[in-house]
Design a protein around this ligand. Structure first.
Ligand code: TXA
Ligand code: MG
Length: 329
């Protein structure tokens, strides 16, 4: 495994020999860990079924769970999916950025059936992170990339997280440091009359509704057929049990804090991580997965979590916390 550390001063990534190595790894069907602004992705050539099978195998992911195809531009995205006026408005407003659009798939798209899990829709995203867009251009393919963690586990927001979970399966790990947004992209489906929020994420519902001019319908796991198959009960699971909306810290628990003051019993917590001392939801989203990983490593049998308001990015944070605390299969 090659680890390519990119510093913020690096000007043209495409000049580096590691870039060439990553491109040939993608072209030959190997896996490359690629940072985006949300979380690290486990990337492969989305048109190569063997490469995509490698993603499912490495993650231990149920193969019915489709992958997001990352492309460099809306123009490229339109080769794979059909964008109506609403989809185009959202793409123009928020791409590149933490938004994934699920649209009807074009029959002529070369993205393989394994990547879309055989659905007649496709999830597309133009990430803000330049490296993903540059790699897609240079390799000449959309890049299928789920979050670079083992299936059902906490998403990876640093290259160390990726290597710990999946290092032995990956040809090149690209390391740009901690991801700035910290939770996955927001997923919106524009496949029928009503625009649907399939997964809250790094772009808030309010920002999207302002551009759409209509409310998003939340499609949850309680619907008969979950529209984002990945969004099933237990996910993002640490080893420790999670206790949400905690008003106090019980003996033996670690504390995931949000804001101040800390709740009674905090002084005897096994470990404490704060999402944001000032109650800032953007900072909290960026720290969420790293904080969960650290508290899990403390060996506490349970993690109690202070309440986080459900506005703005709080919707995505609460969604991930609810899944992390869900009963395990
Ligand atoms: O921020 C992100 O979105 C990250 C980075 C790497 O881009 N990726 C990510 O991928 O979170 P993943 O595979 O962990 O989550 C993708 C979600 C899954 O829940 C999957 O079921 C859903 O997208 N999805 C993919 N294609 C879909 C489709 N055609 N219809 C509905 N849901 C779809
Ligand atoms: Mg994931």
């Amino acid at each position: 495994m090659l680890r390519w550390i990119i510093s913020p001063e690096t000007r043209d990534l495409r000049d580096a020999p590691e870039f060439t190595a990553a491109v040939s790894a993608l072209r030959s069907g190997q896996l490359v860990a690629i940072p985006t602004e949300t979380v690290y992705g486990l990337g492969a050539d989305a048109t190569n079924p063997q490469a995509c099978a490698g993603i499912y195998a490495a993650k231990g992911r149920p193969s019915f769970n489709p992958l997001i195809a990352h492309v460099p531009s809306l123009e490229e995205a339109e080769k794979h999916g059909r964008f109506d006026a609403r989809a185009r408005r959202l793409a123009e407003a928020f791409w590149p950025g933490p938004l994934t659009l699920v649209v009807p798939r074009r029959a002529e798209s070369p993205v393989c059936d394994l990547a879309t899990a055989g659905l007649d829709t496709i999830a597309l995203r133009v990430p803000a992170a330049r490296i993903m867009r540059d790699l897609s251009c240079a390799a000449g393919c959309p890049i299928a990339a789920p979050s670079a963690n083992r299936s059902g586990r906490i998403s990876a927001t640093t290259a160390d997280d990726v290597i710990e979970d999946l290092g032995q399966h990956i040809a090149v790990v690209i390391d740009t440091g901690p991801t700035p947004v910290g939770v996955e992209s927001t997923i919106v489906a524009l496949t029928d009359d009503v625009p649907r929020l399939l997964r809250p994420g790094g772009l808030s519902r309010g920002d999207i509704e302002a551009i759409l001019g209509e409310p998003l319908k939340r499609t949850g796991a309680d619907d008969e057929a979950p529209a984002a198959p990945g969004m099933l009960s237990s996910h993002y699971a640490p080893n420790a049990r999670l206790r949400l909306d905690a008003q106090n810290v019980r003996p033996g628990e670690a504390l995931l804090a949000f804001g101040l003051p800390l709740p009674p019993g905090a002084e005897r917590a096994v470990a404490v991580e704060s999402l944001s001392e000032t109650g800032n939801l953007v900072e909290a989203a960026a720290r969420l997965f790293t904080a969960l990983r650290k508290l899990d490593a403390s060996g506490a049998s349970a993690i109690c979590v202070m309440p986080v308001p459900c506005e703005g990015l709080g919707e995505a944070i609460n969604d991930r916390l609810a899944r992390a605390s869900a009963p395990r299969p």
